[in-house]
Design a protein around this ligand. Structure first.
Ligand code: MG
Length: 388
């Protein structure tokens, strides 16, 4: 029976990101979810090893990609990779007589690489994904003086998965622990214990995502799956009644006026139309569905906060707004002097340059409810693009 240990313990320090790098998204799907998707169809049980503080975020990230986090076993990360793998091995059910250990950050691993590892373990007890070294490798001292040049034909770069008969990797760990040996990969523990290690063919694309450049490379590698970035359009429309004793807030700007808009939130009609356009473009319903006016949490809330939440919703699904155009229909007051601040607010929330945000106001020549100053309406359109 096959087990897998998926390592998600890193801090992301080399990625320059505040969160664990395996939580970063590629094409709207997190790195860890992509790794789990690659591995899970091949194994009976899988242990995910992570720091305790990352567990909730990892669970949410998997769930979002359609992977049930309760279908996995969970183990706590250790002080280094070796300790994390050991914890993972302890969490693995005893029936798993074979195990693959995989870096969560190698999410581009393909089926052939995994199958090569599994066949090798079934045949001879170990299988370690590797690729021929394409660069010439030199051994150098601390001052970068070359000491030697090993024959490149004998060199292989080592990847994961690294697969073993469970009993062999456990024995290798015990031997390393007994002698205080720390290895940078799993195979080196078997080597240290004098056990044979068999390399298998990996893939040049099976890169470990460590730096922001790696993320860009991975995005480019995924690009052939998406020849054209998906472009979508959305529109929104909203009306609020003008009453006495309420503030008039449009695009997050409080505008001095004798009347204000009535509503459960701050009744920012312009942002409501814009949010509906954004949600509409992504087929995510409308703001009434996401922020119901029966929910006390949204009473009096600034619609700028709701806009941030809508941007996050789009982010999670891999969408970003590329431009928007909002029309506010009001007889009074004069809105033109406030448009620059409204535009700056919206641009900042959408993380767009101001040139991609248009806010305009019009009257209705005193016709209709807007003209009679009974209410203000707003319309918005926006373009949304899938981010890779
Ligand atoms: Mg509204």
């Amino acid at each position: 029976m096959w087990g897998a240990i998926l390592l998600a313990g890193g801090s992301g320090s080399r990625m320059g990101s505040a969160c664990n790098k395996v939580l970063l998204k590629l094409g709207g799907i997190s790195v860890i979810a992509r790794s789990a998707r690659a591995l899970l169809p091949h194994v009976d049980r899988c242990v995910l090893v992570c720091r305790a503080q990352d567990r909730e975020a990892l669970r949410a990230s998997l769930l979002e990609a359609g992977i049930d986090p309760d279908g996995l076993l969970w183990a706590e990360g250790g002080a280094d990779r070796q300790a994390s793998v050991w914890n993972g091995l302890q969490a693995l059910p005893a029936e798993c007589d074979m195990v693959m250990i995989h870096d969560g950050a190698r999410c581009l691993v393909d089926d052939a690489t995994i199958e090569n590892v599994m066949r090798s373990v079934e045949g001879c007890g170990s299988g370690v994904a590797s690729a021929p070294a394409v660069d010439t490798i030199k051994v150098a001292d601390a001052a970068l003086r070359v000491l030697s040049t090993p024959d490149r034909r004998t060199l292989r770069t080592i990847q994961t998965p690294q697969g073993f008969r469970t009993e062999l990797i456990l024995r290798a760990h015990r031997c390393a622990d007994a002698h205080g040996f720390r290895g940078t990969d799993d195979a080196s523990l078997l080597e240290y214990a004098g056990l044979p290690v068999q390399l298998t063919e990996g893939s040049r694309g099976n890169i470990k995502l460590t730096t922001p450049e790696d993320m860009k490379m991975a995005q480019a590698m995924l690009a052939p799956d998406r020849p054209l970035p998906e472009t979508r359009i959305g529109q929104g429309y909203d009306v609020h009644r003008l009453v006495e004793g309420r503030k008039l807030i449009l695009c997050g700007v409080e505008i001095p006026h004798t009347l204000g808009l009535l509503g459960h939130s701050d009744a920012d009609v312009a942002l409501h139309a814009l949010m509906d356009a954004m949600l509409g473009a992504c087929a995510l319903g409308d703001i009434g569905k996401h922020f119901p006016d029966t929910d006390e949490r949204y009473r009096g809330i600034s619609s700028m906060k709701l806009l941030d939440a809508v941007v996050a919703l789009l982010d999670e699904r891999g969408f970003r707004v590329t431009n928007c155009d909002v029309t506010i229909v009001a007889q009074k007051p004069k809105l033109l002097p406030h448009v620059p601040r409204m535009r700056a607010n919206v641009a900042a929330a959408l993380r767009l340059p101001e040139e991609q945000v248009n806010i305009k106001a019009t009257t209705t020549e005193r016709l209709g409810f807007e003209g009679e100053e009974k209410g203000i309406s707003a319309q918005a359109v926006c373009m949304v693009q899938k981010t890779v």
